[in-house]
Write a protein that binds this ligand. Structure first.
Ligand code: SAM
Length: 297
């Protein structure tokens, strides 16, 4: 058992009755700025959502209107605000074992294939299984993967694994790095795995669970915009999870992204995308294995 400590938070935000509704031209400016920076495509229907999310930023910055907020973004002092703007707009919703078929495929197909292939190719019984979680959000996806990997490799001597976790949002990455989740986020985790892989919070942390340090040390976190012209990896990966982020991007951006990921996947390795996403109308060299699962052959 361990005790986590949480800061109680210290808000010096000025209380405002709320800004006037965003005008059409202000909304268009925000829409364009967000698109240019992240390719998150906010249609006209997202105006209410943008207002709801940005009003918190206005309060935090003590700004009274969207016009003031836009002037701030355009000013030299507001350059850093872009991260907060994207943080506020992006949808980070995720949960443990989301789209469980992917994790079944990982444990039942990819991992046995990797171990056998490696045995055959190198004639040994060791290796490092590397995963990239490319839109990691608050960490539920990579920690789910970590449970599967630890369970699979336990008792298999000389095998290691690591997960590289990236997201455009520094806010969610900070949360992911902590590895602390409330009980309701952990619903689908097997009860024996809850005991084996999590420390249970006590006292004021009652109801929270922290992923154990021996798992956390295999995960690394870094802010990365998937639109960056190149990615800072020296390694390639057995599996890239790039789930539920392409859905924001237009076809051209999706095509660019998938073709930038391709060289980072090891031969025989996999790209896994969200069930609501598809590579059907884009040009890419991956082979479709089953819906949302692609292989570099
Ligand atoms: C809905 S979450 C997906 C979480 C997880 N992969 C899953 O499937 O449950 C989408 C994530 O994509 C991130 N994102 C949006 N645009 C991005 C970009 N251009 N580069 C990197 N991450 C981005 C958001 O910050 C958000 O955390």
């Amino acid at each position: 058992m361990s005790v986590f400590s949480f800061s109680s938070g210290n808000s010096s935000e000025k209380s405002l009755s709320g800004p006037a509704p965003i005008t059409a031209s202000e909304y268009e400016f925000i829409r364009q700025t967000v698109y240019e920076h992240s390719r998150i495509n906010l249609g006209p229907s997202k105006k209410e959502l943008v207002m709801a999310r940005l009003s918190k930023r206005l309060r935090a910055l003590n700004l009274a209107s969207y016009a003031e907020y836009i002037s701030f973004i355009k000013s030299a002092a507001g350059r850093e605000e872009m991260t907060n703007l994207i943080d506020s707009i992006s949808t980070n919703h995720t949960y443990f074992f989301r789209e469980p078929q992917h994790f079944d495929f990982l444990s039942q197909v990819i991992l046995p294939q990797f171990c056998e292939q490696d045995n055959g190719r190198h004639g040994n019984t060791s290796g490092t299984f590397k995963v990239w979680s490319a839109a990691t959000s608050s960490g539920e996806e990579p920690y789910t993967i970590s449970l599967i990997l630890d369970d699979y490799f336990t008792g298999r001597k000389n095998w290691n694994w690591n997960i590289f976790c990236t997201d455009i949002s520094t806010r969610v990455l900070a949360k992911a790095q902590e590895g602390i989740f409330s009980k309701d986020r952990l619903g689908p985790v097997r009860p024996d795995w809850l005991v084996r892989y999590f420390d249970r919070g006590v006292g004021e942390s009652e109801g929270f669970f922290r992923v154990k340090a021996n798992l956390r040390r295999n995960l690394s976190f870094k802010a990365l915009n998937l639109l960056a012209p190149s990615y800072p990896f020296r390694d390639s990966f057995q599996v890239v999870f790039c789930r539920n982020v392409m859905i924001y991007f237009d076809r051209e951006t999706q095509e660019e992204l998938v073709n930038k990921i391709y060289p980072l996947v090891q031969p025989g390795g996999y790209l896994i995308i969200g069930h609501a996403e598809s590579l059907t109308n884009i040009k890419h060299p991956f082979k479709l294995v089953k819906p949302s699962i692609y292989r570099k052959v």
